[in-house]
Design a protein around this ligand. Structure first.
Ligand code: NAI
Length: 328
């Protein structure tokens, strides 16, 4: 057995946390020979619920679970001490009547403290995935408050959108979802995101050539993916949880394992200016990893239709950045 790694999850007793923690403990993500110590972080009022989650973890008797640290969010430095991964799920969800701008102001301060505490206490090789919404801008705030940590360690989650898009394309084509590759989500994890069908492939052929229904691709497909979160809330009465947890784990796996030839992983990362995006924004791009280093896939040709969509999501991210500039 290797030395244990430490993985922190904030909001660990929430819906997504509950759907995520057991899979992290099981060895599915980091491998069957990699022990994991989970750092479970919650608001003080949710710590007793967290005790119940801890009991259930014990009751699974996972051989790869090497320990559990429970921590109140009052002391984030203790929560993140020596952590190799920090998965930031805990935040206030959007309520009826709340605008995106309101949410970013409410959640922003959580992420200033998160960034400071990660820089002060986490392991030197820490990687950070922000799930809590608005995740791109929350990630920007976290990164800005941890200036000593290299920019390539920060990720915000657009993988759920990638998985949703792949499923929609597979169903339309009548092919298994495993045949769909190279699905990029550009920009913000929001209703302005651009799910890119032009570069997606189905059984190695362009999705645009396989699904010849341009009207469906340009309207229904994009809108279905953009509004899928709201559709789940209206059907289930609660926001996506199992699929969100699954996407978070997919993101971690895609960063620490090599990307297959002809495929990509969609994740929002710190822009290096690629594709004309403002440097420093946390923007959804197609990336590939060699298992330790990742890179933004370059040289994709985006047509006029795509450019227009990318500009719209870019503008929304600029507006979000401007709304929190005092936190950066
Ligand atoms: P939830 O409300 O079930 O759980 C959130 C948990 O976070 C609660 O247990 C709460 O006590 C805790 N929490 C709140 N503030 C905290 C803080 N400062 N420190 C530590 N813990 C804190 O919500 P759920 O469904 O688990 O969603 C969590 C977040 O994930 C929400 O912001 C949601 O919008 C976002 N989300 C993001 C998705 C994405 O694709 N990026 C998809 C689905 C949800």
């Amino acid at each position: 057995m290797k030395a244990p790694i430490r993985v922190a999850v904030t909001g660990a007793a929430g819906q997504i946390g509950y759907a995520m923690i057991f899979r992290l403990a099981s060895g599915e993500v980091f491998g069957p020979d990699q022990p994991v110590i989970l750092h479970l972080i919650e608001l003080p009022q949710a710590l007793s619920a967290l005790d119940g989650v801890h009991m259930e973890l014990d009751d699974c008797a996972f051989p790869t679970l090497a320990g559990v640290v429970k921590q109140s969010s009052d002391d984030l430095e203790a929560g993140f001490a020596d952590c190799n991964w920090v998965l930031c799920v805990g935040s206030v969800p959007r309520k009826a009547g709340m605008e995106r701008g309101d949410l970013v102001r409410i959640n922003g301060p959580i992420f200033t403290n998160t960034g400071k505490a990660i820089q002060a206490a986490a392991s030197k090789d820490v990687r950070v995935l922000v799930v809590g919404n608005p995740c791109n801008t929350n990630c920007l705030i976290t990164m800005a408050n941890a200036p000593d940590i290299p920019r390539d360690r920060f990720f915000a989650m657009t993988r759920l959108d990638q998985n949703r898009a792949a499923s929609q394309l597979a169903q339309k084509a009548g092919e298994p979802v495993s045949s769909v590759k190279n699905v990029a989500i550009w920009g913000n994890h929001s209703a302005t995101q651009y799910p890119d069908f032009y570069h997606a492939t189905i059984n190695g052929k362009s999705a645009n050539d396989v699904i010849t229904d341009t009207d469906w691709l340009q309207k229904d497909f994009i809108e279905t993916v953009q509004k899928r979160g709201a559709a789940v809330i209206s059907a289930r009465g609660a926001s996506s949880a199992a699929s969100a947890a699954n996407a978070a784990l997919d993101t971690v796996k895609s960063v620490i394992r090599p990307t297959a030839e002809g495929d990509c992983c969609s994740v929002a990362v710190c822009s290096d200016g690629s594709y004309g995006i403002d440097e420093g924004l946390i923007f959804g791009y197609p990336i590939s990893s060699d298992g330790s280093k990742w890179e933004i896939l370059k040289g994709w040709d985006n047509n006029e239709f795509a450019q227009e969509k990318i500009q719209a999501t870019l503008q929304e991210l600029r507006d979000e950045r401007d709304a929190v500039k005092d936190l950066l």
